[in-house]
Design a protein around this ligand. Structure first.
Ligand code: ADP
Ligand code: MG
Length: 699
């Protein structure tokens, strides 16, 4: 295959800065840049010129349509395509794209979840162009990233609150920077690099599993004789079909300006990971959505299926998503990087303890930001962070904080008394800061890595929470220090007090160890094991006040999100229960009956030959299968009853709890029996592809 010119390819389908500069009149370009940088209003005459330039460029790239691309609270993106054509009055058409159509759209949005934010008679929300994320051409369509709001201005999507949270963080972080004499920085931005895990399996096999098709995870499946225990897949050589897929994925991502960087095999068989280079949170979120969509569509082209579910297979590692998060000034200074001077180090320590306090104060919000039916299978399971939120700092940094707190010698490179604003911190080599993969929230040298996300998530939710809780703590710090008459003294006191009050959240040990759960309880850390347990955190008054204070969510918006998440949880389990019953009725029972019939007939045939012939193998097998079948029937009926009983309930929380405690438990019980039967029934009757077949389907 001919080599590709990556630098030419990269961003070639993006209406980015270089294209804008080249194609827009200078004053228009400057006006647009100002809008992007300062979030100012874009005048319609400017928008008109931009729209026309964008359309002409897009048509050259093969586009015939445009869409406002948005992120409703379904977690996936939505689009509605309109063509550029307009009748010219003479039976022909011209192409047209107005500034108005660029800036604002009105999708018929009555069917998107709003959690009661709109009644159906005022169902129309509108989409508004987000010029901070570039437009791009994919297929025959020009995609315009947009925010999605109701007419009363309430957010119906993930982008709106994300942008608000970025603003809040910028505002509060600037207050702190000013205290340290920084007058240059105009903005503080949060940057994110998401590591995305996924499974790739053969599409023909995938299509034979209704559970994968409708629920994105297997509801049955006996453990394969060879799973991941040899760990021979991790960073192993990549199979040809997979590498062809990865190559195409990289190229398509590069065209769209996504910095796809590393692709490798993960621990489980058929599991892989992609990580891009980090960018601003808003763009990283859009890019991650594009990445997940392309993974699915490009997989299909290779006759593969890409599974993004958190736990597609029981007993095999699930898939997560790590977000590497940092904050930096528009002048490029990473505020989570220890500096070279004592003063910079004091600033670093203040931001560091702000994160520590924020994570401790709002553990429940971080937990709820990663709660879903899918991720419930993973949090607390063997390869993933437990549902307890804690921070890994590494021994070195922890020791420094200890020395500060207790005013004792720090035994690092040399024995020093650590004094805030007077000591230069040692540089932490990145490699020693973090090889503890069990921590849900780890400091990794100059950034934090939040590891509790599920692979199918939009990263927007967790970033919104992170940005806002840090804003809250920074604003508290700024309130205190802005009134200080002894800045250095008060700064020291504040840092030391924060360490004292919040060090319980720091845990450098093995987070997967059972003893950690006990210890965390003693430390008073929260442990919200399931989604229904976690969700009330979203509407608890302390948290609502905090979001409202920083203009990230209104109370109404939070309550609506709470309802949507609850409903989404219940619906997910309901679909799973129905799919399970359907598969048992249509696939498992016929297989069980067919094989029993064969065995029974064989016994009869044998006995017809000679009455006292040996038939114990057939009879024992038949007996075991009969007994298990009876149990299966009972458990199937129980599942049906539980699923029906939920319908009697009215309150959304009661419904979600019932799905968890009754329906989901009934599913687990039924699965146990079916998996046992799978191991007994001849493969000639078993029409559902087994774990072995699925996990080894890509050769
Ligand atoms: P790993 O976590 O596998 O050791 P890296 O630390 O190199 O890998 O990077 C993981 C992700 O973190 C990448 O997406 C990378 O771009 C991102 N990253 C690196 N530095 C920062 C930073 N300062 N802020 C945010 N993300 C970062
Ligand atoms: Mg990784």
């Amino acid at each position: 295959m001919a080599g590709i010119n990556i630098t030419e390819l990269f961003g070639s389908m993006v209406f980015g800065d270089a294209v804008m500069k080249e194609r827009l009149p200078k004053d228009i370009y400057n006006a647009l840049k100002k809008t992007i940088a300062d979030g100012t209003h874009l005048e319609l005459d400017v928008a008109n010129v931009v729209a026309t330039a964008m359309k002409d460029w897009a048509i050259e790239k093969g586009a015939t349509h445009f869409t406002h691309w948005f992120q409703p609270m379904t977690g996936v993106t939505a689009e509605k395509h309109d063509s550029f054509i307009v009748p010219d009055g003479n039976g022909k058409v011209i192409t047209e794209f107005s500034g108005k159509a660029l800036v604002k759209g009105e999708p018929d949005a009555s069917s998107f979840p709003s959690g009661g934010l709109r009644s159906t008679f005022e169902a129309r929300g509108y989409t508004a162009w987000d010029p901070t994320s570039y437009a791009f051409v994919k297929g025959n369509t020009l995609y315009i990233p947009t925010a999605f709001c109701s007419y009363s201005g309430e957010a119906l999507d993930n982008k709106t609150p994300l942008l608000r949270s970025m603003q809040a963080l910028s505002k509060q972080a600037l207050r702190i920077l000013r205290l340290f004499g920084n007058t240059e920085a105009k903005r503080v931005v949060s940057s994110v690099g998401p590591e995305q895990e996924y499974f790739l399996i053969d599409r023909d096999i995938y299509l034979k599993r209704p559970d994968l098709l409708y629920c994105n995870r297997t509801l049955f499946g006996a453990r394969p004789p060879k799973g991941q225990e040899l760990e021979d897949h991790y960073f192993g050589s990549i199979k040809q079909r997979v590498s062809a897929f990865m190559r195409e994925l990289d190229e398509e991502l590069w065209k769209l300006g996504v910095y796809a960087k590393t692709e490798h095999n993960e621990v489980a068989p058929a599991q892989h990971e992609l990580a891009p280079i980090y960018t601003e949170a808003n763009v990283a979120t859009d890019h991650n959505q594009i990445t997940m969509e392309l993974m699915k569509s490009i997989a299909a082209k290779h006759n593969l299926a890409c599974l993004l579910h958190e736990k597609p297979f029981a007993g095999v590692n699930g898939s997560g998503k790590h977000i590497n998060w940092s904050i930096s000034t528009n002048t490029g200074i990473n505020l989570l990087e220890p500096g070279d001077t004592p003063f910079e180090n004091a600033q670093f320590l203040l931001f560091l303890v702000a994160v520590i306090k924020a994570v401790d104060d709002y553990q429940d919000l971080l937990r709820v930001s990663v709660a879903s039916a899918g991720n419930d299978h993973r949090l607390g399971a063997n390869e993933a962070p437990p549902a307890i939120v804690s921070i890994f700092l590494g021994d070195e940094l922890t020791e420094i904080l200890n020395a500060l707190e207790n005013n004792t010698l720090y035994a690092g490179k040399c024995k020093t008394l650590m004094e805030i604003g007077a000591t230069v911190l040692p540089h932490f080599p990145k490699d020693t800061t973090d090889r503890n993969r069990t921590s849900p929230f780890a400091f990794t040298g100059n950034k934090f890595e939040f590891r509790m996300l599920g692979s199918a998530f939009s990263i927007a939710g967790p970033i919104i929470v992170l940005n806002t809780i840090i804003s809250e703590v920074l604003s508290q710090f700024a309130d205190e220090l802005e009134n200080s008459t002894d800045f250095k003294g008060d700064l020291s006191k504040l840092i030391i007090r924060t360490i004292k009050n919040h060090k319980r959240i720091i845990f450098n040990g093995n987070g997967y160890d059972a003893s950690w759960v006990k210890e965390a309880e003693q430390r008073g850390l929260s442990n919200l094991k399931t989604t229904p347990e976690a969700l009330p955190a979203l509407i608890n008054p302390k948290n609502v006040d905090m979001f409202v204070r920083h203009g990230v969510f209104t109370k109404h918006e939070l309550h609506s999100r709470y309802e949507i998440l609850l409903e989404n949880y219940s619906k997910t389990i309901n679909i799973e229960a129905l799919t399970m019953m359907d598969m048992v009725n249509k696939q498992v029972i016929p297989a069980v009956i067919g094989y029993q019939k064969e065995l029974a007939e064989l016994i009869l045939h044998k006995k017809a030959i000679r009455a006292n012939i040996e038939t114990s193998l057939e009879e024992n097998l038949l007996n075991r299968i009969s007994k298990l079948s009876l149990l299966m029937e009972k458990r199937l009926n129980n599942l049906a009853e539980q699923t029906l009983a939920v319908r009697e309930l009215k309150d959304n929380m009661a419904i979600a709890r019932a799905y968890r405690e009754r329906v989901y438990m009934a599913m687990i019980e039924l699965r146990l029996i079916v998996d046992e039967l799978e191991m007994l029934i001849s493969s000639r009757y078993w029409s559902i592809p087994t774990y072995t077949e699925i996990l080894n389907s890509v050769l």
